[in-house]
Design a protein around this ligand. Structure first.
Ligand code: ADQ
Length: 487
């Protein structure tokens, strides 16, 4: 493959689902997910190259161009890579650690070795496809070591790194047995971006602490100096690395392609509501089935409101769509069975034949169907225990530009920092979730002007800060940070 691409994105996954048929042929279709949603418009605009794993182990199709002109460059992962790097270190070590220990992270040296080897594979693929002085944008926690490896392989590249999940407080991060190597990996970038200023501050504080620890253990002059005053735009700071580069650190809250989430047609919404028995209040949840998303908590809140008579089972329904996710990992299996048990119990208690109160789908839906659900929902429930941003909240808001509807949102979702019109709740406190569900319904019925003002404030924010604003502000800062790198 020729090293001819001047703009390269590297992410764990290519934006495709790949099915291998018994005769060895395969078919490929677009796959959902926050990252794909965020990056497609930027790549299409640049006719860029996307390096990533196609989603099936032990196969690597030839690089190919999509209908929209993006070159997809597959990286082959073996089944043991997948287990150690993806299911193990990425999703059973880093994911829980970075989401504030909602479950206990597992620290396993074999997984760490797999993580290092696979990060090397990704970095080598990027080095191979990148033109001289190309811009490379490395995505997310699965590839934390790629910036550092790439810096060694290709010092000519301009390297940005963006973390899509929260960055924990230094006190939590310091649990990680391989913390110095991970921090050094991230600091291979010219710019390290997070969703929130809090995440960036955690990282800045950590680089001081971890570098100090490494220095005293190894006796190396390994200190990282934090230049807290030098700014990357108004958002961040520079870190001076041991090899005398300046690494920019900043906050860039991701958003959505608003044009993809307009209102669904009136007739499709009416058909859906008709199928549901024309409820007075329709609640909606849309998530990957992940223990961080608080799906069980919102089901329990709904159940308790029915139990208390605050909601009438003849007049309220809850629709929950959950995309299957990481199904071989124990905590995900437990989470699914708890959710499904709760759905069954609530319907057993409050539904009647032909009229369940919770409608549950365990699958991915096309965007057009999500649009209908968003348009039909009076109250959107987004209740994660911890979430980097949460694009579902923004998709619902974009769909309700007319000011109808209400968003109940966890204060622990990154989106809470931006959506000032949301009904904020604490998912660790069911009373708080219930209170905000009731407040949202009350305002919609009794105080519509206030509910409408809240939704309009939310949609104003999302429409003025869409995914293009996110990508362009990161890329502008990367350009600037690259120029300042050796200052
Ligand atoms: P995720 O944890 O995957 O993303 P989120 O931001 O909510 O979470 O994005 C999910 C995406 O998948 C949305 O675009 C949504 O429409 C889609 N989706 C969810 N369920 C679906 C279903 N059943 N059918 C079809 N589509 C579905 C990670 C971080 C987040 C961060 C994003 C982007 O965990 O905090 O917001 O990356 O940075």
């Amino acid at each position: 493959m020729e090293a001819s691409n001047s703009f390269v994105v590297v992410a764990n996954r290519l934006p495709v689902d790949m099915t291998v048929h018994p005769d060895g042929s395969y078919s490929i279709s677009p796959s959902p997910g926050g990252l794909v949603t965020g990056l497609s418009p930027v790549l299409e605009q640049h006719r860029g190259c996307w390096v990533g794993w196609p989603g099936t182990v032990d196969v690597a199709p030839e690089p190919f161009r999509t209908d929209t002109g993006v070159l997809l460059h597959p990286v082959k992962l073996t089944s043991s890579d997948f287990e150690g790097f993806y299911e193990g270190f990425s999703n059973a070590t880093l994911w829980p650690l970075f989401h504030d220990l909602i479950v206990q992270p597992v620290y396993n040296t074999d997984w760490w070795q797999a993580f290092r080897e696979v990060n090397l594979k990704f970095a080598e693929a990027v080095a191979q496809v990148s033109a001289p002085n190309a811009t490379v944008w490395v995505q997310d926690y699965q590839l934390l070591l790629v910036p550092g490896i790439l810096r060694q392989l290709r010092p000519d590249l301009k390297i940005g790194f963006f973390l899509h999940i929260p960055f924990p407080s230094p006190d939590l991060f310091r649990q990680l047995p391989w913390r110095e190597e991970i921090v050094r990996g991230m600091l291979g970038a010219d710019l390290v971006g997070f969703h929130l200023i809090q995440n960036a501050e955690n990282f800045l504080a950590l680089t001081k602490q971890v570098a100090g620890t490494a220095g005293s253990h190894t006796g190396q002059p390994d200190e990282l100096e934090v230049h807290g005053t030098a700014k990357v735009r108004e958002l961040g700071a520079y870190i001076r690395t041991p090899d005398a580069r300046n690494v920019g650190v900043g906050a860039f809250p991701i958003s959505i392609d608003v044009s993809a989430f307009g209102k669904a047609s009136k007739s499709s919404v009416l058909n859906l509501l008709n199928d549901l028995g024309n409820p007075e209040t329709t609640f909606l949840g849309v998530d990957r089935l992940d223990y961080t998303k608080g799906i069980l908590q919102r089901l329990l809140a709904f159940e308790q409101l029915l139990e208390a008579g605050a909601l009438d089972p003849e007049k309220a329904v809850l629709l929950q769509v959950a995309t299957p996710s990481r199904e071989r990992i124990d905590h995900y299996r437990v989470s699914r069975s708890q959710v499904e048990e709760a759905v069954g119990r609530i319907n057993g208690r409050f539904g009647r034949m032909g009229h369940p109160v919770v409608h549950y789908l365990h699958r991915s839906l096309p965007k057009s169907e999500l649009q209908i659900l968003y348009s039909a929902a009076d109250v959107m429930l987004v209740t994660p225990f911890k979430d980097g941003m949460n694009l579902v909240a923004k998709e619902y808001v974009a769909n309700h530009r007319d000011g109808n509807g209400a968003l109940v949102l966890s204060e622990f979702a990154g989106a809470a920092a931006e959506l000032s019109g949301a009904y904020l709740c604490n998912p660790f406190d069911l009373e708080s979730v219930k209170r905000q569900m009731v407040a949202a319904v009350y305002d919609l019925r009794q105080n519509p002007a206030s509910a409408r003002a809240r939704m309009l404030a939310n949609s104003e924010q999302v429409y003025s800060h869409d995914v293009n604003v996110w990508a362009n502000s990161f890329l502008d800062c990367l350009k600037e940070a690259g120029e300042n790198a050796k200052a």
